[in-house]
Design a protein around this ligand. Structure first.
Ligand code: PMP
Length: 392
């Protein structure tokens, strides 16, 4: 795709070689439009939002609220259904902490074995209240065992929380089908969209979910900006309390503000949100369907080139992710390819239960985004061939 010139970091040298950045599932690089926006915000508009009745505060508030509108449009939501958090992790914790108050003995939560730690560890807290966690397993191709949703979701199930696209296997899960089973049983459907919203056109109505969590930094935006979409926050207790989120406070009580501000205590990452607005504009100009097509081509190309050299995990319909093992430990693989200027991820990728399920201690992962090329994959293949020889 004709976008590389927009990304200053891609010109960087690492260990004397031009950077090949293949760690996009961890975080993506930022185009100059986003970097300039953050800098312009601080140079021209910096003020706190929703408070001061002065020009700068008005401008900063506009930037912030305009981004909320863009996000709402991007995912087919209403503005007051979009809450700013710090990350996917914070969005999911918000829901887990709220459930900690409302759920108890006899209630159940359904998750899957392919979840990122941020969609497992917060729910583990609920076990203190006697809530039972149930996990849907995977098939050998990395898809979910769909029949297990029918078996595990019942009248005791209060929450079903599932990743839309796996950060390890890349598998894109049939969320609409899972939402239907959840709703037929009066359970709330939560989706971890950290790896799907950046890579495909999402419509929350089509997904049929009640909540969707994702992070701006995985889709060209600055770090420190997360989103929690929800179609009904009536029963969600604010996780953070303090300024901004109140309507009225006395010494012993407080009344909450309207949505979405009820969920946004304290001064947010205003510059980051302004930058995220620019990132969304950039993705929309480029076209999410084009990005998805490009990534699919790269995954196909990488799979073909790598399949004789490494073992690839997950071969269903997937995002731009290729996780693999080979004759060397993943940490050695990552550090040897780093010496060629190539950035890939290695380790458990915040999915230790999935590593246990796959019976591997760790994996290596190359993950692609709109600026990656087949030539970069060729460089990775050459570097991995070298690794293979070293460990023969
Ligand atoms: N869920 C998935 C599937 C992810 O890939 C990630 C990030 N690796 C997260 C959640 C957590 O995102 P963040 O670190 O931005 O909170």
């Amino acid at each position: 795709m004709e976008v590389r010139d927009d990304f200053p970091i891609l010109k960087r040298k690492v260990n004397g070689k031009t950077l090949v950045y293949l760690d996009n599932a961890a975080t993506t690089q930022k185009p100059k439009q986003v970097i300039d926006k953050v800098s312009e915000y601080y140079k021209e508009h910096n003020a706190n939002i929703h408070r001061g009745i002065h020009k700068l505060s008005e401008e900063a508030t506009n930037e912030f609220e305009e981004t909320r509108k863009k996000i709402a449009k991007l995912i087919g939501a209403k503005e007051d259904e979009v809450v700013f958090t710090r990350s996917t992790t914070e969005s999911l914790n918000t829901l887990a902490y709220s459930s900690l108050r409302s759920l108890g003995e006899g209630d159940e939560v359904v998750l899957s074995v392919m979840e990122h730690h941020s969609n497992i560890v917060p729910w583990q807290m609920l076990q203190e209240k006697g809530v039972k966690l149930n996990f849907v397993d995977i098939n050998p191709d990395g898809t979910l065992k769909m029949e297990q949703f029918e078996e595990l979701i019942n009248k005791n199930t209060k929450i079903v929380s599932i990743v839309h696209a796996s950060n390890v296997l890349g598998t894109i899960n049939p969320i609409a089908d899972i939402s239907k089973i959840a709703h037929d049983n009066n359970a709330i459907m939560i989706v971890d969209g950290a790896q799907s919203v950046p890579n495909m056109k999402i419509d929350v109505k089509k997904l049929g979910c009640d909540f969707l969590a994702f992070s701006g930094h995985k889709m060209l935006g600055p770090t420190g900006v997360g989103i929690l979409y929800g179609n009904n926050f009536d029963n969600v207790e604010p996780f953070l309390r303090g300024g901004e989120m109140i309507r009225e406070v006395s010494l012993r009580e407080a009344k909450w503000n309207d949505m979405p501000w009820k969920m946004e205590a304290g001064t947010p990452n205003i510059a980051g949100v302004a930058g995220f607005g620019e990132a969304i504009a950039y993705l929309e100009r480029t076209g999410l369907s084009k990005i998805r097509k490009h990534e699919t081509e790269l995954v196909k190309y990488a799979t073909k080139k790598l399949e004789d050299l490494v073992t690839i995990y997950g071969n269903a319909d997937k995002t731009g992710v290729v996780s693999f093992s080979m004759n060397a430990h993943p940490h050695d693989v990552a550090s040897l390819v780093d010496s060629e200027g190539i950035a890939i991820r290695s380790g458990h990728m915040c999915a230790q239960p999935l590593m246990d399920r796959l019976e591997v201690p760790a994996l290596s992962r190359a993950s692609f985004y709109l600026y990656n090329t087949k030539e970069e994959i060729d460089k990775l293949v050459t570097a991995l061939e070298k690794v293979q020889k070293v460990f023969e």
